[in-house]
Every structure is written in C-alpha cells, then in structure tokens.
Design a protein around this ligand. Structure first.
Ligand code: SF4
Ligand code: SF4
Length: 336
C-alpha cells in the first residue's frame, strides 16, 4: 500500500485524528513536543505551519515518538501524515497579531487570554510573532484597540516544495474568504504541487451562503477529484469549554458539507473538543476524521512547558494518556 492508499484507508474507516499545532505556530520546540505526544496518542495527522524548519521539528518529534514507543509499551502502526497549512489573505488562520506601541497602555488584559503564551509583558506589551496563531483573543479584550493583524505574503510555489522535501505529505488551503477566483487560483497551484496525495480545503459558513458553499465545493472537487478533503470549520481557534455547544458549529458545517452530496473526505474542525465525535454521531453524520487544535494543545500545556520534556518519561506518560483519551473520545463515535 502506498502512502495515498494508506491515508485513504484511514479516512474511509473514520479513524483519522489530526492534531493541529496551529497554521501560524512557528515555534519548533512546541511543535516537536506536540508531535511526540500526539504520535504516541495515536494521531494519524499532524497539521503544521508551512515552514520547513517547523516541518523538520515535526519529523524529529515523530521520530522521537517511534523511539520511545517500545519503552512505553505502545505499538505504533502508522507514521502520521504531516499536513502543512497555507491560507489566503483575510483567512483568520494565517494572520498574526501586532501591538501598536503608541496605543498600548500596558493594562495587561491581553496576557492571560493568550493560550499560546505569545504575549510579552513590557511597556508597551509585545507579541512573539512565531508563537501567535491569530486567534484574536487579545484584540477582543484590549481597551484601547491597540492590536491589529497582518498576513505575510507567501509564495506557494516556493514554500510548498520545500515543506514537502522536509517531510510534509498533505497541504491544506485555508479559504475562509468569499473570493472564489482567488481561492481557486491557489487551489489549482496546490493541486499541481501535490499531485499524488489528498489536499484539503478548510471552509466555514461565516462568509459563504449554503449555495455559495456548495458551488465552492463543486469547484474544489473538479480540481482535486478523489483527493478532495473538506475541513468543515466551526469556530476557528476558539478554545472554549469542553461542551457540545462549543463544537456545535463544526458539526453543523460538516452536516452542510455532507448534504451537498459532493464526494469528499470530511474533517470536523474549529471549536472541536472531546464531545465532537459524539455530537457528530448524534446528528447522524458520516465523517472521516476530526481535527483538534486549541483544545488538544491546552490539554497538555503543563507538560509542554517542561524544558526536559522529551526525556521526562513521567511527563510523556501523563501527556500521552490525556492525548489518548481525547483521540478515543472522538474516534469511538466516528470510526466505522
Ligand atoms: S491571543 Fe491569539 S492573536 Fe493574540 S497574540 Fe495570542 S495567539 Fe496571537
Ligand atoms: S490589552 Fe491592549 S493596551 Fe492592554 S497591554 Fe494588551 S495591547 Fe496593551
């Protein structure tokens, strides 16, 4: 079985769990640790920023997980597929926060709401750009509107081949914008650069009517054919409590995706948590996997903070146990 067939078989059985390190997360140390944890926890996909240094860190994390597995009594059968995320200007996944020094009154409101620990105290406060995933939590609590966002221009023809050479296998286009022409231009580029593997388009309902959503999917299908994955996004990077309510929009978007009748592999994402698989099953959906970011990262935040994490077996065991529970809490409802 080649790698395309291997991934197809995982998707067809509804056993694809993808941990999302963050499309904007360019912190190789955190990515390395997350890849150790979630490879050992049974993830089949790892979503990374399209940055070759980050992909190499992800590969090292997967390698380290395979080294540790026998000692931990874990049998790993599938090497996770690394997916790199790229996006269009305007999509929230690929933006970064910037604090305008002149407007910051150093109130500190933004510090505790940043799950990524991307804000530095000071006068003024500042953002560690490599850690920022663009979630917007900081801007929501800033009393002086001192926080703005920017998106770096990325040349897909340059960065994607470099990420593939570093070990990535799949590419996802974050396309939460209404401009079909711009989306399809980039989608065709990705399809040509990744001719033999699944490619994913991440869309939600915030900018698209149901009809527009269906048309977008139809166009995506024409280009990608059998290789089409749709990441049905709910509330991106939202975090939130571990409840059905938090994950409801992700399930609703997947339901719309399924209702279009356009054949594709459907992933749940955006506000996903330990309840996502269960809610999806309660709604009678047939999905192919689940992608979890903020919730999965926050679950193991304590262990991620340890400098000696990759040799600290107690920390690895405790974090992997949490990861396994999250994977199983979802896949037991999704898997066929
Ligand atoms: S709260 Fe979100 S947008 Fe703001 S700095 Fe942190 S990660 Fe970036
Ligand atoms: S919330 Fe706004 S004003 Fe307060 S520290 Fe953060 S950036 Fe500065």
């Amino acid at each position: 079985m080649n790698r395309y067939e291997e991934l197809k078989s995982i998707l067809d059985s509804g056993r694809y769990f993808k941990v999302v390190c963050g499309a904007g997360n360019e912190d190789p140390v955190e990515v390395y640790k997350l890849c150790i944890i979630y490879t050992l926890a049974g993830a089949h996909g790892i979503d990374l920023s399209a940055n070759e240094e980050v992909v190499r860190a992800g590969m090292r994390g997967i390698d380290r997980a395979f080294e540790l597995a026998p000692e931990l009594g874990i049998e790993l059968t599938v090497r996770p597929f690394i997916n790199v995320s790229v996006g269009l200007k305007g999509d929230p996944h690929v933006r970064k926060a910037l604090i305008r020094a002149d407007d910051c009154i150093a109130c500190g409101n933004c510090l505790p709401v940043c799950d990524q620990l991307a804000i530095q105290e000071g006068e003024p406060y500042s953002v560690i750009t490599a850690r920022c995933i663009g979630c917007g939590n900081c801007a929501d609590v800033c009393p002086n509107e001192a926080i703005e966002f920017f998106t770096r221009k990325v040349d897909f023809n340059d960065i994607i081949p470099r990420c593939l050479a570093a070990g990535a296998e799949n590419v996802e286009l974050h396309a939460i914008i209404p401009d079909d022409e711009a989306v399809m231009r980039d989608w065709k580029t990705i399809a040509a650069l990744v001719p033999d593997q699944f490619i994913s388009m991440c869309i939600d309902r915030s900018e698209l009517s149901n009809k527009h959503f269906t048309n977008r999917m139809r166009q995506a299908k024409e280009v990608a054919g059998d290789r089409l994955m749709i990441q049905a996004d709910g509330a991106p990077m939202s975090g939130g409590p571990d409840t059905f309510r938090t994950t409801l929009q992700a399930v609703a978007c997947a339901e719309l995706t399924e209702k279009t009748g356009i054949p594709c592999k459907i992933l749940l994402s955006g506000g996903t948590n330990s309840k996502t698989g269960e809610l999806s099953a309660m709604c009678g959906l047939t999905v192919h996997g689940v992608s979890i970011g903020t919730f999965a990262r926050n679950l193991v935040r304590e262990e991620l903070a340890l400098d000696d994490f990759d040799t600290n077996l107690d920390a690895i065991r405790s974090s992997v146990a949490k990861g396994v529970k999250l994977v199983q809490d979802n896949l037991k409802y999704i898997a066929r």
